[in-house]
Write a protein that binds this ligand. Structure first.
Ligand code: NAI
Length: 326
């Protein structure tokens, strides 16, 4: 058996974590031969609820669960962490403007970035799920000057997975038939789900759907899916978000599917003309515990306009919290 790795999860008593933690502990994220120590962070008022979650984890008697740490102190929860899933975030309250939301989360993610910088493994792989995910990831990254900026990523895998199923349903195929899906940009309504590279059974997806469906159905459906779920379920997507977090981390740690790529919000190196340093979703290939932005994707005028719009939103979010960035 391998030595256990340390997996920190924040917002551990919340909805997403209630789907996520059990799957991490059962080996779905890092493999059935990889023991894990879960290091769970919550705010002080939620520690009692967290205790209940930890009791349930114990009651599963997962063979791979080598320990559970519970804390309201980020320097305890992130100590020597090999993986950190930052799920907890401040939700938008009544009357809260977008700027207030950005600032409230900037406070949380700057403190967590500093704590990661101080105590986590130098190779920690960080996934930010809590919204606004890309900008929260940027804030954490900027507050962790001793860590490689490439260690900080934001989740757009849920959008990617949503897009796979929409295209599968439309083309009377299954998600297994689809490759080369891409989500560009921000995990928000400006994200750009791009079908120009996508393949259905190896054939161009755009040859199988109407342009009108692509523009007026597919793109808005994927962009607005989160809101549609809140409307239907009365609560935001949780199990599917947890599933996407598992997919994201598993691919990063163990490699993405051969001959395909996936979508991850990653530190922009200027690829495709996207401003350097933004946490922007690109097509990426994961291998040997690392990721790389896929190069050479054709960008037509339609795509460029949408990629720029979502880039602009991310630049605005960055500028709105600029006074809080070191
Ligand atoms: P939730 O409200 O059920 O749980 C959030 C938990 O985080 C709460 O238990 C809260 O006490 C905790 N928390 C708040 N501040 C914290 C801090 N400073 N440190 C540690 N824990 C803290 O919310 P849910 O449904 O689990 O969603 C979590 C986040 O994920 C939200 O921001 C949501 O918008 C986001 N989300 C992101 C998606 C994506 O695709 N990137 C998809 C779905 C949700």
């Amino acid at each position: 058996m391998k030595a256990p790795v340390r997996v920190a999860v924040t917002g551990a008593a919340g909805q997403i974590s209630y789907s996520l933690l059990f799957r991490i502990a059962s080996g779905e994220m890092l493999g059935k031969d990889q023991p894990v120590i879960l290091q769970l962070l919550e705010i002080t008022p939620a520690l009692e609820a967290l205790k209940g979650v930890a009791m349930e984890l114990e009651d599963c008697a997962f063979p791979l669960l080598a320990g559970i740490v519970q804390s309201d102190d980020a320097t305890v929860a992130f100590k020597d962490a090999d993986y950190a899933l930052l799920v907890g975030a401040r939700p938008r309250g009544p009357g809260m403007e977008r700027k207030d939301l950005l600032e409230a989360n900037a406070a949380i993610f700057s403190a967590q970035g500093k704590a990661l910088n101080d105590v986590a493994s130098r190779d920690v792989k960080v996934l930010v799920v809590g919204n606004p995910a890309n900008t929260n990831a940027l804030i954490a990254q900027r507050n962790a000057p001793d860590l490689d900026p490439r260690n900080f990523t934001a989740m757009t895998r849920l959008d990617h997975n949503r897009a796979l199923t929409q295209l599968a349903n439309k083309t009377d195929s299954t998600v297994n038939d689809i490759t080369h899906m891409t989500i560009w940009g921000n995990h928000s309504a400006t994200q750009y789900p791009d079908l120009h590279q996508a393949k259905v059974n190896g054939e161009d997806a755009m040859g199988k759907v109407e342009q009108e469906w692509y523009e007026t159905d597919f793109i808005p459906t994927v962009q607005q899916r989160g809101a549609a779920i809140i409307k239907a379920r009365g609560a935001s997507s949780a199990a599917s978000a947890a599933n996407a977090a598992i997919d994201h981390m598993r691919d990063w740690a163990l490699g993405s599917a051969e001959g395909d790529w996936t979508s991850m919000g990653v530190y922009s190196d200027g690829s495709y003309g996207i401003a350097k340093g933004l946490i922007y979703s690109f097509p990426v290939v994961c291998k040997n515990g690392d990721w790389e932005i896929v190069q050479g994707v054709d960008i037509n005028d339609f795509s460029r306009e949408k990629m720029t719009a979502t880039e602009q939103e991310l630049a605005e979010e960055r500028d709105a919290v600029a006074h809080l960035l070191p």
